[in-house]
Design a protein around this ligand. Structure first.
Ligand code: SF4
Ligand code: SF4
Length: 337
């Protein structure tokens, strides 16, 4: 049975294609949106090598380097080269721009390496509402532009920056940024701060459709609600929560979890042992087969964020009560009556 048949039948791939890998919990920034309690340390190289060996042998295609700030790991460049050159997997680097130098940038300019800088606003004021380190990102983006190295921007869509999106796009175009990743706002201290409401989703979706002619705009899988407002990716099995379906997470100690936002830490013999026998993944996958949000037109195939909906944090089978899309559909239904 090939992967797609297995996926269609079971709702998950026989092996994960994406591994999020936490290589450090050290971070020099103090972002208001940070969801991690950081006990600062770096991953041990033998832990990292074991995980990469298992990932490669299992058939993982992409490693997403996660932190903390990945670039502060003393062997960051070595790790990126190991992944992309020795192991032949893609290395996705999500960076703040901290520590970025011309030498570093040139070392990252390699096949299979994708660098994205986090920036939540076009100016210090907007960015500062959720992120620290505005100038680090801007300096890094300018440097990559000067050196003609492709890179992207990671932008978390929030209530406090959504109306800045047109300015962010203009900034990205001026700096010849190749793509903007739109990230779902995640849970921090048991709630989602500054979550988008229905009218803000509508506003953003309209802009994305317009700006797509000017710059590549990618919507992360976790942001399926936004894709419903845009009206694309219908039937795309890779849309929606990827945890346990396509992707999994390994933390700094080499322990596995569904994703960095679902704290269900389990010990396993190996990456594949976890993928095949984890209790958390089993429950998550079972919950994905059940229609949870009664009365919603998307209920059948909606893989909404189980970490984002606070009610579901300990119950994967609960509906997403505050879903802005459901409100949107209900409003339209009332207007058309
Ligand atoms: S109400 Fe539930 S099924 Fe419908 S779009 Fe929202 S999260 Fe998905
Ligand atoms: S639980 Fe939420 S944050 Fe984690 S992979 Fe799924 S959608 Fe993304």
């Amino acid at each position: 049975m090939n992967d797609i048949h297995f996926f269609s039948r079971n709702g998950y791939l026989p092996v994960p294609k994406i591994l999020q890998l936490e290589i450090t919990t050290v971070c020099p920034l103090k972002c208001p949106q940070c969801y991690k309690s950081l006990n600062p340390k770096h991953i041990q190289m033998n832990t990292l090598t074991n995980i990469l060996n298992e990932a490669k042998n299992a058939g993982v295609k992409s490693i997403m380097l996660n932190g903390g700030e990945p670039a502060v790991h003393p062997d960051f460049i070595k790790i990126v080269k190991m992944i992309s050159q020795e192991y032949g997997m893609n290395a996705y680097c999500f960076l703040s721009g901290y520590n970025m130098t011309e030498k570093y940038a040139n070392e990252l300019n390699s096949d299979g390496v994708f660098v994205t800088f986090s920036l939540n606003g076009s100016c210090e004021e907007v960015n500062g509402l959720s992120r620290d380190g505005f100038q680090y990102s801007i300096n890094a983006l300018q440097l990559f532009n000067k050196l003609h190295i492709p890179c992207g921007i990671n932008w978390v869509a929030r209530k406090d920056n959504v109306f800045d999106f047109p300015e962010l796009v203009q900034l990205a175009k001026r700096l010849q940024v190749k793509w903007i990743n739109i990230i779902r706002n995640k849970i921090v201290n048991d709630s989602i701060q500054a979550d988008l409401q229905t009218d803000e989703y509508e506003y953003l979706a309209k802009l994305i459709k317009e700006y797509r002619n000017e710059i590549e705009i990618r919507i992360e899988g976790c942001n399926s609600i936004l894709t419903y407002f845009i009206g694309d990716r219908a039937g795309d099995l890779f849309n929606g929560c990827q945890a346990g379906r396509i992707a999994m997470f390994a933390d700094i100690d080499g322990d596995f979890m569904p994703c960095s936002h679902l704290y269900y830490k389990e010990k396993a013999e190996s990456l594949l042992d976890y993928w095949n026998h984890s209790e958390a993944l089993k429950r998550l996958r079972e919950s994905n087969k059940v229609e949870k949000c009664e009365g919603c037109i998307k209920a059948k195939n909606c893989y909404f964020c189980k970490a984002g909906a606070k009610e579901t944090h300990d119950n994967f089978f609960a509906p997403y009560e505050e879903c802005a899309y459901k409100n949107f559909v209900q409003q339209k239904w009332v207007e058309n009556k």
